[in-house]
Write a protein that binds this ligand. Structure first.
Ligand SMILES: [Zn+2]
Length: 240
């Protein structure tokens, strides 16, 4: 998502919901350009030429979303907008840009486009999940000392694609890990016992890759990884 500053956010928030819905409709369904939309809607007349763009980006869309939702109706957009938590979106846009950047890069493989607003909610959910994990794991990889936000990611225990909507944002179904440990965990080269001891796959040459095998798990402040998800991970990757 592009950066929206406080001024643009306030502009969007001041617009009546009907106007916001109309902007999204013209863009997402009809593929009308921002400039054209600004000419069509009186409420968008003032400002600096970024009015329609601000609405579109506020709700998490970008140039790739143009004319991508041919079956959308104005009513459906409006109903959806009434269910979007504006304060949460505002917080998302004003958040630390690194955190935001990372959560906005999350790729949605399922149901993409089926329900446009699922994407917004999904992104918001992932942002909140990451934020909670960063707090729970004290901004550090659960398995090493890495604390550079750019190297830390939300590692789902049960994979994103097989998780339900609730499981995807469940703090006990995710661990804050650095990119290396996330990859080792995702490929099943490492796993965990219910007591959070690290298990190492016999099929992987840790030594050859220069990867330490004496790592210990630093437990989170709260929301420990669930034993149900951990067991699933062990079963999936042949640890039991
Ligand atoms: Zn690590």
């Amino acid at each position: 998502m592009a950066n929206l500053d406080r001024r643009r956010i306030n502009f969007v928030k001041r617009l009546p919901i009907d106007v916001r819905a109309q902007v999204l409709y013209l863009f997402l369904k009809e593929g009308i350009s921002n400039r054209k939309t600004e000419q069509l809607i009186d409420a968008l007349n003032e400002e600096d030429g970024w009015q329609a763009w601000s609405v579109i980006h506020f709700y998490g869309f970008n140039s790739k979303s143009k004319a991508r939702f041919p079956t959308l109706t104005l009513k459906r957009i409006k109903d959806s907008l009434l269910n979007v938590n504006v304060e949460e979106l505002e917080e998302f846009h004003l958040a630390n840009s690194e955190e935001k950047e990372l959560s906005s890069k999350i790729v949605f493989t399922e149901n993409d486009g089926k329900d446009v607003f699922r994407t917004i909610k999904g992104r918001q959910g992932q942002y909140k999940l990451r934020k909670a994990l960063v707090q729970n794991y004290r901004s550090k990889c659960g398995l090493c000392r890495i604390n550079d936000p750019k190297l830390l990611i939300t590692s789902h225990i049960k994979t994103w694609s097989t998780s339900s909507a609730n499981e995807r944002i469940d703090t006990t179904n995710a661990i804050l890990l650095c990119k290396l440990h996330d990859a080792l965990f995702e490929y099943g080269y490492i796993s965990f016992t219910d007591n959070y001891e690290v298990l190492y796959s016999l099929d992987y040459d840790f030594e050859g890759q220069g990867i330490a095998k004496d790592i210990t798990f630093t437990k989170p402040v709260r929301d420990f990884p669930s034993s149900v998800f951990l067991r699933e991970h062990r079963l999936k990757h042949g640890f039991e």
